[in-house]
Design a protein around this ligand. Sequence first.
Ligand SMILES: [Zn+2]
Length: 360
Amino acid sequence: MLNIIKAYAVKNLCYIAAQKMTPQGIVVHSTGANNPNLKRYVDAVDEVGVNQYGNHWNTATPGGRKVCVHAFIGYDKNKQIRVAEILPLNICCWGVGKGKKGSYNTGPAYIQFEICEDGLNDKTYYQKAFAVAAEYCAQLCREHNISIDNIVGHCEAYKKGFGSNHGDPEHWMKKFGETMDDFRKRVSEILKTNEGKKENKEETVTVNASIEKGDLVSIASNATYYNGKSVPSWVKNQNWYVSNTPSGDRVVIDKNENGTNSICSPIHKKYLTVVKKAKVSATANTESKPVVSDCPYRVKITADCLYIRKGAGTNTAKVGSITDKGVYTIVEEKTGVGATKWGKLKSGAGWISLDYVRKI
Ligand SMILES: [Zn+2]
């Protein structure tokens, strides 16, 4: 799994326009500038480091242009190549520009990301960056049901009539003898391998699942009872409920699935597979709860850097941070892990801990 940085460019006009979309495909770009560091484009100090020039894209019009993509791929502050999403994937970006037939920005709307270019001579960086890009595309295809054929480079988008005339990222790929076809092949291979892994994993989980009283189990075809006697096939052909709390490997099965038989027979647990759990195992209470309050109200941030989270709790993802000690409006309060109370930002960017604010 990719460890994706989420740092929405909440000040970018594109983020503010928030035109809704359902992704139909993916456009791969590369930046066209020699700077492989995410901090050049992404405002997420903790993850990518400080942009000393302040020219990242969390600003109304980066470089004076109305532009924004969904994500960048490049070095984080630890020189790991990672994906940083700066727009939610359900709103249109301003990426590929317009072509003869339209634009993949809006119709049909594509998820678009930039791979940060370096000097275009370092094969290792090129390979790693495109490997992460392929992994990211595979994940997007899976999560948004996107066909691999709908992954295009900016240059291809132009040729199809849905983008402006640019050569990225193939001008870079060409240097290492690759094309977008090679890239799509790679994504398809990742998807195939992941499918395989998923199947294996599910199998292991079922076999190793602990058996508890009340679980419905099926019996292996080679099973014998605990005393070594063989299990008749009319028993093996049905599912049974576990009637005791198993001690060690000895499990007693009693009623069959439709309640017509009762056999009360001990059997070794290695022959049993859980078909249905008696109950969903209790999870820690990390759920956040709404609080009655006098929202909306305004607060001044007292911390130098305060994370914005997706939900009301430190158990939800970081989606950004506030570093300006500014004044913000809270529109909703909730309790949740990691803070006395959480407040929802009016901008919709997410939730902040109210332990680091002063009501004004
Ligand atoms: Zn481009």
